[in-house]
Write a protein that binds this ligand. Structure first.
Ligand SMILES: Cc1cc2nc3c(=O)[nH]c(=O)nc-3n(C[C@H](O)[C@H](O)[C@H](O)COP(=O)(O)OP(=O)(O)OC[C@H]3O[C@@H](n4cnc5c(N)ncnc54)[C@H](O)[C@@H]3O)c2cc1C
Length: 401
Protein backbone atom coordinates (compact mmCIF):
# COMPACT_ATOMS: atom_id res chain seq x y z
CA UNK A 1 0.00 0.00 0.00
CA UNK A 2 1.71 3.27 -1.04
CA UNK A 3 1.93 6.05 1.53
CA UNK A 4 -1.39 7.90 1.47
CA UNK A 5 -1.38 11.53 0.36
CA UNK A 6 -4.53 12.60 2.20
CA UNK A 7 -5.91 11.14 5.43
CA UNK A 8 -9.37 12.23 6.53
CA UNK A 9 -10.66 11.79 10.07
CA UNK A 10 -14.37 12.05 10.90
CA UNK A 11 -14.92 12.94 14.58
CA UNK A 12 -12.92 15.76 16.17
CA UNK A 13 -12.71 14.43 19.69
CA UNK A 14 -10.43 12.20 21.73
CA UNK A 15 -9.93 9.25 19.36
CA UNK A 16 -9.63 11.48 16.29
CA UNK A 17 -7.15 13.82 17.95
CA UNK A 18 -4.95 10.99 19.27
CA UNK A 19 -4.88 9.52 15.76
CA UNK A 20 -3.74 12.81 14.26
CA UNK A 21 -1.08 13.35 16.93
CA UNK A 22 0.23 9.83 16.36
CA UNK A 23 0.34 10.24 12.58
CA UNK A 24 2.42 13.40 12.88
CA UNK A 25 4.67 11.94 15.59
CA UNK A 26 5.37 8.96 13.32
CA UNK A 27 6.41 11.28 10.53
CA UNK A 28 3.35 11.30 8.28
CA UNK A 29 3.77 14.57 6.37
CA UNK A 30 0.81 14.33 3.99
CA UNK A 31 -2.44 16.24 4.21
CA UNK A 32 -4.80 15.62 7.16
CA UNK A 33 -8.41 16.83 7.27
CA UNK A 34 -10.56 16.46 10.38
CA UNK A 35 -14.32 16.80 10.10
CA UNK A 36 -16.17 17.44 13.38
CA UNK A 37 -19.87 18.05 13.95
CA UNK A 38 -19.22 20.15 17.06
CA UNK A 39 -17.83 23.62 16.55
CA UNK A 40 -15.32 23.38 19.42
CA UNK A 41 -11.77 22.08 19.16
CA UNK A 42 -11.41 18.69 20.88
CA UNK A 43 -12.28 18.74 24.58
CA UNK A 44 -12.44 16.20 27.36
CA UNK A 45 -15.79 14.69 28.30
CA UNK A 46 -15.08 13.14 31.75
CA UNK A 47 -15.08 16.54 33.55
CA UNK A 48 -18.53 17.36 32.12
CA UNK A 49 -20.40 15.22 34.65
CA UNK A 50 -17.96 16.09 37.43
CA UNK A 51 -16.10 19.43 37.66
CA UNK A 52 -18.27 21.26 35.11
CA UNK A 53 -21.59 20.29 36.72
CA UNK A 54 -20.19 20.98 40.17
CA UNK A 55 -19.26 24.48 39.00
CA UNK A 56 -15.54 23.94 39.79
CA UNK A 57 -14.20 24.28 36.23
CA UNK A 58 -14.86 26.65 33.41
CA UNK A 59 -15.11 25.17 29.88
CA UNK A 60 -11.54 26.22 28.91
CA UNK A 61 -10.09 23.66 31.35
CA UNK A 62 -11.61 20.80 29.40
CA UNK A 63 -9.48 21.43 26.30
CA UNK A 64 -7.50 18.39 25.18
CA UNK A 65 -4.67 20.59 23.84
CA UNK A 66 -3.46 24.10 24.27
CA UNK A 67 -5.02 26.04 21.34
CA UNK A 68 -1.59 27.53 20.55
CA UNK A 69 -0.20 24.03 19.89
CA UNK A 70 -2.59 23.19 17.06
CA UNK A 71 -0.50 24.84 14.37
CA UNK A 72 2.20 22.19 14.67
CA UNK A 73 -0.32 19.46 13.73
CA UNK A 74 -0.96 21.14 10.37
CA UNK A 75 -4.54 19.92 10.13
CA UNK A 76 -7.32 21.27 7.98
CA UNK A 77 -10.06 21.43 10.65
CA UNK A 78 -13.61 21.31 9.32
CA UNK A 79 -15.47 22.04 12.58
CA UNK A 80 -19.23 22.51 12.84
CA UNK A 81 -19.47 20.25 9.77
CA UNK A 82 -21.21 16.87 9.79
CA UNK A 83 -20.28 13.94 7.56
CA UNK A 84 -23.59 12.80 6.10
CA UNK A 85 -22.44 10.06 3.76
CA UNK A 86 -19.53 7.96 2.59
CA UNK A 87 -18.95 6.70 -0.94
CA UNK A 88 -16.40 3.91 -0.66
CA UNK A 89 -16.17 3.47 -4.45
CA UNK A 90 -15.07 7.03 -5.18
CA UNK A 91 -13.47 7.39 -1.72
CA UNK A 92 -15.37 10.55 -0.89
CA UNK A 93 -17.16 11.85 2.17
CA UNK A 94 -20.34 13.83 1.83
CA UNK A 95 -20.36 16.83 4.17
CA UNK A 96 -23.58 18.47 5.39
CA UNK A 97 -25.47 16.86 2.50
CA UNK A 98 -23.77 18.92 -0.20
CA UNK A 99 -19.97 19.21 -0.28
CA UNK A 100 -17.67 16.29 -1.13
CA UNK A 101 -14.27 15.59 0.38
CA UNK A 102 -12.01 12.98 -1.22
CA UNK A 103 -9.46 10.97 0.77
CA UNK A 104 -6.90 8.21 0.37
CA UNK A 105 -7.35 6.77 3.87
CA UNK A 106 -10.11 7.41 6.40
CA UNK A 107 -10.43 7.10 10.16
CA UNK A 108 -13.95 7.06 11.57
CA UNK A 109 -14.12 8.26 15.18
CA UNK A 110 -17.67 9.53 15.49
CA UNK A 111 -18.24 8.29 19.04
CA UNK A 112 -21.73 7.75 20.40
CA UNK A 113 -24.86 9.70 21.28
CA UNK A 114 -27.20 9.40 24.25
CA UNK A 115 -30.22 7.16 23.88
CA UNK A 116 -33.55 8.83 24.55
CA UNK A 117 -36.59 7.32 26.19
CA UNK A 118 -39.21 6.61 23.53
CA UNK A 119 -42.05 9.12 23.56
CA UNK A 120 -40.14 11.81 25.46
CA UNK A 121 -42.26 14.98 25.16
CA UNK A 122 -40.83 18.36 24.15
CA UNK A 123 -40.74 19.83 27.67
CA UNK A 124 -38.11 22.19 29.05
CA UNK A 125 -36.05 20.60 31.77
CA UNK A 126 -35.38 17.17 30.19
CA UNK A 127 -31.70 16.70 29.36
CA UNK A 128 -29.12 14.22 28.20
CA UNK A 129 -25.38 14.71 28.74
CA UNK A 130 -22.77 14.15 26.08
CA UNK A 131 -21.40 17.51 24.97
CA UNK A 132 -20.02 20.60 26.63
CA UNK A 133 -23.16 22.47 25.56
CA UNK A 134 -25.29 19.80 27.25
CA UNK A 135 -23.25 20.17 30.45
CA UNK A 136 -23.45 23.98 30.45
CA UNK A 137 -27.22 23.84 29.91
CA UNK A 138 -27.63 21.43 32.85
CA UNK A 139 -25.30 23.53 35.00
CA UNK A 140 -27.30 26.69 34.31
CA UNK A 141 -30.47 24.82 35.31
CA UNK A 142 -28.83 23.47 38.49
CA UNK A 143 -28.10 27.03 39.59
CA UNK A 144 -31.86 27.55 39.98
CA UNK A 145 -31.97 24.86 42.71
CA UNK A 146 -34.21 22.31 40.97
CA UNK A 147 -35.51 19.00 42.27
CA UNK A 148 -33.55 16.58 40.11
CA UNK A 149 -34.52 13.19 38.74
CA UNK A 150 -31.73 11.14 37.19
CA UNK A 151 -32.98 8.36 34.94
CA UNK A 152 -30.46 5.51 34.81
CA UNK A 153 -27.83 4.70 37.44
CA UNK A 154 -25.02 3.91 35.00
CA UNK A 155 -21.75 5.82 35.13
CA UNK A 156 -23.11 9.06 33.73
CA UNK A 157 -26.27 8.95 35.86
CA UNK A 158 -24.36 8.09 39.03
CA UNK A 159 -21.86 10.91 38.43
CA UNK A 160 -24.63 13.41 37.70
CA UNK A 161 -26.44 12.35 40.89
CA UNK A 162 -23.22 12.75 42.89
CA UNK A 163 -22.49 16.19 41.41
CA UNK A 164 -26.05 17.36 42.14
CA UNK A 165 -25.82 16.10 45.74
CA UNK A 166 -22.51 17.95 46.13
CA UNK A 167 -24.47 21.07 45.19
CA UNK A 168 -26.96 20.23 47.94
CA UNK A 169 -29.85 19.46 45.59
CA UNK A 170 -32.64 16.93 46.12
CA UNK A 171 -31.91 13.97 43.85
CA UNK A 172 -33.98 10.93 42.94
CA UNK A 173 -32.17 8.36 40.82
CA UNK A 174 -34.19 5.72 38.96
CA UNK A 175 -32.74 2.43 37.78
CA UNK A 176 -34.62 -0.27 35.88
CA UNK A 177 -32.29 -3.08 37.03
CA UNK A 178 -32.07 -4.38 40.63
CA UNK A 179 -28.78 -2.55 41.37
CA UNK A 180 -26.73 0.19 39.71
CA UNK A 181 -24.07 -1.01 37.29
CA UNK A 182 -24.82 -4.65 37.97
CA UNK A 183 -23.72 -5.77 34.50
CA UNK A 184 -20.47 -3.81 34.64
CA UNK A 185 -19.31 -4.51 38.20
CA UNK A 186 -21.56 -7.36 39.41
CA UNK A 187 -24.47 -7.47 41.85
CA UNK A 188 -22.38 -7.39 45.04
CA UNK A 189 -20.49 -4.21 44.19
CA UNK A 190 -23.67 -2.80 42.65
CA UNK A 191 -25.36 -3.13 46.08
CA UNK A 192 -22.39 -1.45 47.71
CA UNK A 193 -22.63 1.45 45.24
CA UNK A 194 -26.38 1.74 45.82
CA UNK A 195 -25.72 2.12 49.56
CA UNK A 196 -22.99 4.69 48.86
CA UNK A 197 -25.50 6.89 47.02
CA UNK A 198 -28.26 6.40 49.58
CA UNK A 199 -25.83 7.22 52.43
CA UNK A 200 -25.12 10.51 50.67
CA UNK A 201 -28.77 11.44 50.39
CA UNK A 202 -29.83 10.17 46.96
CA UNK A 203 -33.33 8.70 46.85
CA UNK A 204 -32.28 5.71 44.73
CA UNK A 205 -35.10 3.53 43.43
CA UNK A 206 -34.14 0.34 41.63
CA UNK A 207 -36.29 -2.03 39.60
CA UNK A 208 -38.48 0.84 38.37
CA UNK A 209 -39.19 2.18 34.91
CA UNK A 210 -40.27 5.60 33.69
CA UNK A 211 -43.76 5.68 32.16
CA UNK A 212 -43.52 9.34 31.12
CA UNK A 213 -42.60 12.94 31.79
CA UNK A 214 -45.41 15.36 32.60
CA UNK A 215 -45.84 19.12 32.68
CA UNK A 216 -47.52 21.99 30.85
CA UNK A 217 -44.48 23.52 29.17
CA UNK A 218 -41.78 22.66 31.64
CA UNK A 219 -41.16 19.34 33.33
CA UNK A 220 -43.26 19.11 36.49
CA UNK A 221 -43.24 15.44 37.39
CA UNK A 222 -41.98 12.03 36.34
CA UNK A 223 -44.47 9.16 36.25
CA UNK A 224 -43.11 5.71 37.06
CA UNK A 225 -44.54 2.58 35.53
CA UNK A 226 -46.31 1.72 38.81
CA UNK A 227 -47.99 5.19 38.52
CA UNK A 228 -45.93 6.73 41.34
CA UNK A 229 -45.38 10.44 40.64
CA UNK A 230 -42.12 12.22 41.46
CA UNK A 231 -42.22 16.02 41.50
CA UNK A 232 -39.24 17.28 39.47
CA UNK A 233 -37.95 20.41 37.77
CA UNK A 234 -35.04 18.80 35.97
CA UNK A 235 -34.47 15.31 34.57
CA UNK A 236 -31.16 14.02 33.27
CA UNK A 237 -31.59 10.86 31.23
CA UNK A 238 -28.53 8.61 31.26
CA UNK A 239 -29.73 5.32 29.83
CA UNK A 240 -26.75 4.56 27.65
CA UNK A 241 -25.48 5.59 24.26
CA UNK A 242 -25.76 4.40 20.68
CA UNK A 243 -22.76 4.41 18.33
CA UNK A 244 -22.90 7.24 15.75
CA UNK A 245 -23.22 5.16 12.60
CA UNK A 246 -26.50 6.31 10.97
CA UNK A 247 -24.58 8.37 8.42
CA UNK A 248 -22.83 5.18 7.23
CA UNK A 249 -25.99 3.14 6.62
CA UNK A 250 -25.70 3.07 2.84
CA UNK A 251 -21.90 3.07 2.70
CA UNK A 252 -21.50 -0.72 2.60
CA UNK A 253 -19.22 -0.68 5.68
CA UNK A 254 -20.18 -3.55 7.99
CA UNK A 255 -22.14 -2.24 10.98
CA UNK A 256 -23.36 -4.15 14.03
CA UNK A 257 -23.89 -2.03 17.14
CA UNK A 258 -20.86 -0.03 15.98
CA UNK A 259 -18.44 -0.29 13.08
CA UNK A 260 -17.19 -3.85 12.78
CA UNK A 261 -13.39 -4.00 12.68
CA UNK A 262 -10.82 -6.77 12.66
CA UNK A 263 -8.16 -7.11 15.36
CA UNK A 264 -6.14 -4.29 13.78
CA UNK A 265 -8.99 -1.70 13.80
CA UNK A 266 -9.49 -2.05 10.02
CA UNK A 267 -13.10 -1.92 8.84
CA UNK A 268 -14.58 -4.16 6.12
CA UNK A 269 -13.47 -1.58 3.49
CA UNK A 270 -9.72 -1.39 2.72
CA UNK A 271 -7.97 1.80 3.85
CA UNK A 272 -10.70 2.71 6.36
CA UNK A 273 -10.21 2.22 10.10
CA UNK A 274 -12.33 3.06 13.12
CA UNK A 275 -11.60 3.89 16.76
CA UNK A 276 -13.16 4.89 20.06
CA UNK A 277 -16.75 4.53 21.23
CA UNK A 278 -17.97 3.82 17.68
CA UNK A 279 -15.65 0.86 16.97
CA UNK A 280 -16.50 -2.80 17.59
CA UNK A 281 -13.34 -4.80 17.11
CA UNK A 282 -12.01 -8.25 17.80
CA UNK A 283 -9.73 -8.05 20.84
CA UNK A 284 -7.43 -11.08 20.58
CA UNK A 285 -6.43 -10.84 24.24
CA UNK A 286 -9.96 -11.85 25.25
CA UNK A 287 -10.77 -13.73 22.02
CA UNK A 288 -13.93 -11.71 21.65
CA UNK A 289 -15.45 -8.72 19.94
CA UNK A 290 -15.95 -5.66 22.07
CA UNK A 291 -17.00 -2.04 21.88
CA UNK A 292 -15.68 0.04 24.75
CA UNK A 293 -17.19 3.37 25.77
CA UNK A 294 -14.37 4.69 27.94
CA UNK A 295 -11.73 7.37 27.73
CA UNK A 296 -8.55 5.26 27.80
CA UNK A 297 -9.77 3.03 25.00
CA UNK A 298 -10.62 6.00 22.78
CA UNK A 299 -7.15 7.47 23.36
CA UNK A 300 -5.26 4.20 22.83
CA UNK A 301 -7.36 2.95 19.95
CA UNK A 302 -7.24 6.34 18.24
CA UNK A 303 -3.45 6.12 18.24
CA UNK A 304 -3.47 2.48 17.07
CA UNK A 305 -6.02 3.06 14.30
CA UNK A 306 -4.14 6.13 13.09
CA UNK A 307 -1.02 4.02 12.65
CA UNK A 308 -3.06 1.29 10.97
CA UNK A 309 -3.75 3.68 8.11
CA UNK A 310 -0.03 3.80 7.35
CA UNK A 311 0.47 0.00 7.39
CA UNK A 312 0.32 -2.71 4.80
CA UNK A 313 -2.18 -5.40 5.89
CA UNK A 314 0.59 -7.92 6.65
CA UNK A 315 2.48 -5.52 8.94
CA UNK A 316 -0.53 -4.31 10.95
CA UNK A 317 -0.38 -5.07 14.66
CA UNK A 318 -3.43 -6.25 16.59
CA UNK A 319 -4.95 -3.85 19.10
CA UNK A 320 -5.17 -5.99 22.23
CA UNK A 321 -5.57 -3.83 25.33
CA UNK A 322 -7.01 -4.64 28.73
CA UNK A 323 -9.95 -2.21 28.97
CA UNK A 324 -9.75 0.35 31.79
CA UNK A 325 -12.08 3.00 33.12
CA UNK A 326 -12.48 5.25 36.10
CA UNK A 327 -15.44 7.05 37.60
CA UNK A 328 -15.42 9.71 40.33
CA UNK A 329 -18.51 9.95 42.51
CA UNK A 330 -18.31 12.13 45.67
CA UNK A 331 -14.94 11.30 47.29
CA UNK A 332 -15.10 7.81 45.78
CA UNK A 333 -12.50 7.15 43.08
CA UNK A 334 -13.58 4.00 41.26
CA UNK A 335 -11.31 2.21 38.83
CA UNK A 336 -11.81 -0.94 36.87
CA UNK A 337 -9.75 -3.03 34.46
CA UNK A 338 -10.54 -6.12 32.43
CA UNK A 339 -13.49 -7.60 30.64
CA UNK A 340 -15.93 -9.04 33.16
CA UNK A 341 -19.48 -10.25 33.05
CA UNK A 342 -21.90 -9.63 35.91
CA UNK A 343 -21.71 -13.37 36.77
CA UNK A 344 -17.94 -13.52 37.32
CA UNK A 345 -16.73 -14.62 40.75
CA UNK A 346 -15.65 -11.69 42.92
CA UNK A 347 -13.04 -11.71 45.67
CA UNK A 348 -12.08 -8.70 47.80
CA UNK A 349 -8.33 -9.09 48.33
CA UNK A 350 -7.30 -5.81 49.95
CA UNK A 351 -9.17 -3.45 52.31
CA UNK A 352 -12.95 -3.37 52.55
CA UNK A 353 -15.86 -1.12 51.58
CA UNK A 354 -16.16 -0.12 55.26
CA UNK A 355 -12.53 1.12 55.24
CA UNK A 356 -13.30 3.33 52.25
CA UNK A 357 -10.79 1.54 50.04
CA UNK A 358 -10.55 -1.92 48.62
CA UNK A 359 -9.33 -3.98 45.72
CA UNK A 360 -11.56 -6.73 44.30
CA UNK A 361 -10.64 -9.28 41.64
CA UNK A 362 -12.93 -11.08 39.20
CA UNK A 363 -12.48 -14.56 37.77
CA UNK A 364 -14.29 -16.93 35.45
CA UNK A 365 -13.50 -20.61 34.86
CA UNK A 366 -10.13 -20.18 36.56
CA UNK A 367 -9.21 -17.19 34.43
CA UNK A 368 -8.39 -13.78 35.91
CA UNK A 369 -10.82 -11.44 34.12
CA UNK A 370 -10.83 -8.10 35.91
CA UNK A 371 -10.20 -5.93 38.93
CA UNK A 372 -12.14 -3.16 40.63
CA UNK A 373 -10.69 -0.70 43.08
CA UNK A 374 -12.07 1.96 45.37
CA UNK A 375 -9.42 4.61 46.05
CA UNK A 376 -6.79 2.05 44.93
CA UNK A 377 -5.57 3.46 41.60
CA UNK A 378 -2.01 2.10 41.62
CA UNK A 379 -3.08 -1.40 42.62
CA UNK A 380 -5.72 -1.50 39.88
CA UNK A 381 -3.16 -0.54 37.26
CA UNK A 382 -0.89 -3.38 38.44
CA UNK A 383 -3.76 -5.76 37.72
CA UNK A 384 -3.99 -4.38 34.19
CA UNK A 385 -0.50 -5.77 33.54
CA UNK A 386 -1.30 -9.11 35.19
CA UNK A 387 -4.47 -9.62 33.18
CA UNK A 388 -2.48 -8.97 30.00
CA UNK A 389 0.02 -11.63 31.14
CA UNK A 390 -2.85 -14.12 31.29
CA UNK A 391 -2.25 -15.37 34.85
CA UNK A 392 -4.88 -17.54 36.54
CA UNK A 393 -7.48 -16.28 39.05
CA UNK A 394 -5.72 -18.19 41.86
CA UNK A 395 -2.33 -16.68 40.99
CA UNK A 396 -3.88 -13.21 40.83
CA UNK A 397 -5.44 -13.65 44.29
CA UNK A 398 -2.17 -14.96 45.73
CA UNK A 399 -0.13 -12.08 44.27
CA UNK A 400 -2.56 -9.33 45.31
CA UNK A 401 -3.46 -10.57 48.82
C1 LIG B 1 -20.25 13.13 30.64
C2 LIG B 1 -19.24 12.06 30.33
C3 LIG B 1 -18.37 11.65 31.33
C4 LIG B 1 -17.45 10.63 31.07
N1 LIG B 1 -16.62 10.22 32.08
C5 LIG B 1 -15.75 9.22 31.85
C6 LIG B 1 -14.90 8.76 32.91
O1 LIG B 1 -14.95 9.26 34.03
N2 LIG B 1 -14.05 7.75 32.63
C7 LIG B 1 -13.97 7.16 31.40
O2 LIG B 1 -13.19 6.23 31.22
N3 LIG B 1 -14.74 7.59 30.38
C8 LIG B 1 -15.64 8.60 30.59
N4 LIG B 1 -16.44 9.04 29.56
C9 LIG B 1 -16.36 8.39 28.23
C10 LIG B 1 -15.35 9.07 27.31
O3 LIG B 1 -15.45 10.44 27.37
C11 LIG B 1 -15.60 8.55 25.90
O4 LIG B 1 -15.30 7.17 25.90
C12 LIG B 1 -14.76 9.29 24.86
O5 LIG B 1 -15.12 10.64 24.76
C13 LIG B 1 -14.91 8.63 23.49
O6 LIG B 1 -14.15 9.34 22.57
P1 LIG B 1 -14.43 9.25 21.00
O7 LIG B 1 -13.43 10.17 20.37
O8 LIG B 1 -14.51 7.84 20.59
O9 LIG B 1 -15.92 9.81 20.81
P2 LIG B 1 -16.59 11.19 21.23
O10 LIG B 1 -15.83 11.81 22.35
O11 LIG B 1 -18.04 10.91 21.39
O12 LIG B 1 -16.39 12.11 19.95
C14 LIG B 1 -17.01 11.85 18.73
C15 LIG B 1 -17.07 13.17 17.97
O13 LIG B 1 -17.53 12.91 16.66
C16 LIG B 1 -18.48 13.88 16.30
N5 LIG B 1 -19.35 13.31 15.27
C17 LIG B 1 -20.32 12.36 15.42
N6 LIG B 1 -20.88 12.09 14.24
C18 LIG B 1 -20.28 12.89 13.33
C19 LIG B 1 -20.43 13.06 11.92
N7 LIG B 1 -21.31 12.34 11.23
N8 LIG B 1 -19.63 13.98 11.31
C20 LIG B 1 -18.73 14.70 12.00
N9 LIG B 1 -18.54 14.57 13.34
C21 LIG B 1 -19.30 13.67 13.98
C22 LIG B 1 -19.22 14.15 17.60
O14 LIG B 1 -19.89 15.40 17.51
C23 LIG B 1 -18.06 14.15 18.59
O15 LIG B 1 -17.49 15.42 18.71
C24 LIG B 1 -17.38 10.05 29.79
C25 LIG B 1 -18.26 10.48 28.78
C26 LIG B 1 -19.18 11.48 29.04
C27 LIG B 1 -20.13 11.93 27.97
Amino acid sequence: MPTPGHIAVVGASLAGLRAVETLRRRGFDGRISVVGAESALPYDRPPLSKEILQGKWEPERTRLRDPASYDELEVDWRLGVRATGLDTATRELELDGRERLGFDRLLIATGASPRRLPGTPELDGIHTLRTLDDALAIRAALERGPRVVVVGAGFIGAEVAASCRERGLDVTMLEALPVPLGRAIGAKLGRWLADAHRDRGVDLRCGVGVAGFEGARRLERVRLDDDTLIEADLAVVGIGVAPETDWLRSSGIELRDGIVCDATCATSVPGIAAAGDVARWHNPLFSTEMRVEHWTNAAEQGAAAGLRLLCEDHEAAPFAPVPFFWSDQYELKLQMVGHVSGEDELRIVQGSPAEGRFLALYGREGRFTGAFGLNRARQVMQQRVRIAEGISFDEAIAQAS
